[in-house]
Design a binder for this molecule. Sequence first.
Ligand SMILES: *[C@@H]1O[C@H](CO)[C@@H](O)[C@H](O)[C@H]1NC(C)=O
Ligand SMILES: *[C@@H]1O[C@H](CO)[C@@H](O)[C@H](O)[C@H]1NC(C)=O
Ligand SMILES: *[C@@H]1O[C@H](CO)[C@@H](O)[C@H](O)[C@H]1NC(C)=O
Length: 412
Amino acid sequence: MSSSMNVRMSVFNRELKKSSSLYILVVSCICVLLMVIPYDTNVQNVVTRAEIEDTNNVCPPCEQIVPAVPSLKPPGRRRELMGDDEDSQSPKRQLMLLTMGRSGSTYTSAIISNNPKVFYVAEPLHRLPDGIKIYGKTAVETNAWDIAKNMMTSFLTCNIGALDPEIFESYMYGNSRSTRAMYFCLRNRTASSYKHVKCVLSAWNTCLASEMTFIKTIRLRVQYAEWYLEEFPNLKLLFLVRDPRAVLYSQSKAFGNFNIDNGTAQIAESHCNKLRRDIAAFKLLSDKYPGRMKAFRYEDGALNPMDYAESLFNFTQLEFNEMSKTFVQKITSGYANNEKSNAPFGFMKKDSTATMNKWRHSALMTTVTAIDRKCADVYAELGYKTIHSESELRSSSSLTTVLKSGGIFTDL
Ligand SMILES: *[C@@H]1O[C@H](CO)[C@@H](O)[C@H](O)[C@H]1NC(C)=O
Ligand SMILES: *[C@@H]1O[C@H](CO)[C@@H](O)[C@H](O)[C@H]1NC(C)=O
Ligand SMILES: *[C@@H]1O[C@H](CO)[C@@H](O)[C@H](O)[C@H]1NC(C)=O
């Protein structure tokens, strides 16, 4: 990040802090509105309403009401209250996508989040409050587990107001349709504080109105998902994997923090150890929470986008409608012939199979063999083939095996 960007962000922080009292006031008023509007039919709630009216009678009211707001838990409340009457809306659902960096999660998330019923948050743990940056690391590795848990919970329950605005500095929020407008609005220094608050409230409302909150993260390993599965009975977990050779070459190129051709054995060992732990945790948890977890292989998505998308939607219980089909067609074909199509983090790739195999053009056979040696048992589990010759490496022969039943990809 450039220094001028840092200066801008710190000015922004100061402005935002200045505006925090206004923020609390506006948020409070909205909360009070949320409380008052649906209260008519519920006896217990009428009491609360009477209390509020009482408070109003002993003006100045605002000072009285504001301190009470934090315990009101505004987010999720509307949906809860609506559920009391005709049950016109199904309860809110959550989806979590766990994976490693460069495993096709941008592609997979784009397909799911194109559905307007989904509120999508990309990498909420990319940056934590108080400037804790956990780029490329998990929350556990940085001892930020509790902070991470609170943040994830706030997103999963649409409690946007409980989040430290500082986290929205992460450019990851610019990557999701659901948070993009808020992200660019908060970065706009010429916009007023009032405008900033309005943008946050708008995202908050969109989240509350959505059917499903969807979080994608590479910063939570599967073993730590149990807490969320326990806490959120409507939460489903999607575990996405990709060929370790492709992942390591892609990470090496995109992240630039290591060179996969140097010290390959050690890097592969560490990567495949993480996969081993993920797979073991996945097996344990999917026994314990049947029907709520499913593993997907990125290669299946690249080779057969429509089937892949359909099985994603089947799993999430969202409708795979014409709009979704058109979108999948668009992002996996030559249609998306714009500048973005070849950006390392873009998903509008011209041809999804070519993208999947790109690493094979420049990979070294010695590196590939070293990875194969360290990860053989993981390949067996995930359905990847070892590569025996340079010509096999350079070709576009399939490196996936047909998945046998009983493994982690089996429907439960
Ligand atoms: C920033 O906000 C100002 C004032 O609301 C607006 O006129 C301008 O278009 C915004 N700039 C961008 C880049 O959105
Ligand atoms: C390989 O890695 C070692 C240690 O990480 C480093 O000292 C060395 O310069 C690297 N070599 C190349 C060619 O990048
Ligand atoms: C999705 O679900 C429908 C209805 O249950 C089923 O017919 C279809 O085969 C499923 N598709 C995939 C790709 O799993």
